[in-house]
Design a protein around this ligand. Structure first.
Ligand SMILES: [Zn+2]
Length: 174
């Protein structure tokens, strides 16, 4: 909180201000307050027609070379569902149909804003064959009980919620 920041609207140096009991930085010249908001990310458990789960091996940090679910940051003008489908398109190069919400996860970070993760389940649209996007080394579908370990705890939590729902075991309509 001691690092100086500048107003994104007018460029004035921000000053400490207590807002709703929190010590924040605010602009003395205009209305801008530097809120410490969480980032919003999605993660998607994508099912194939064979009830396998599509995962990718990361071509970028964090977690280079490790497996993860498709997903990523939600843009400010996107519905999280739109964002989830877009990330699937970019990361596993496949169009998906979201079929449900798995859970909402709080992802704490030591050195950055925390994140709110939104986990969805989805199925591949007919005829779609996943392949690696620019941020993936490899994309594969695994039976749920043979899935490699996922690098992010929130992705493991989403998988656990998917398993608990039993949606991988037959009834994907709910
Ligand atoms: Zn300002």
């Amino acid at each position: 909180m001691t690092v100086g920041h500048f107003c994104v609207d007018c460029g004035t140096a921000l000053e400490p201000r207590t807002v709703e009991g929190r010590q924040l930085e605010a602009c003395p010249r205009c209305q801008f307050v530097l809120w410490r908001d969480p980032k919003v990310v999605t993660m998607v458990v994508v099912e194939t027609p064979e009830r396998e789960v599509v995962v990718g091996r990361r071509a970028i940090e964090p977690g280079y070379g490790r497996w993860c679910l498709p997903g990523g940051y939600v843009n400010h003008d996107e519905h999280p569902e739109q964002s989830a489908a877009r990330e699937c398109w970019e990361e596993i190069c496949a169009r998906v149909e979201l079929t449900g919400l798995l859970g909402v996860y709080h992802i704490r970070k030591q050195d950055a804003a925390s994140m709110v993760g939104i986990g969805y389940r989805a199925r591949l649209r007919e005829g779609e064959v996943p392949s690696p996007g620019a941020e993936m080394l490899e994309v594969r579908a695994f039976p749920a009980d043979q899935l490699p370990e996922l690098v992010f705890p929130s992705h493991r939590q989403a998988m656990a919620d998917w398993r608990r729902d039993g949606v991988g075991l037959g009834g994907s309509q709910r």
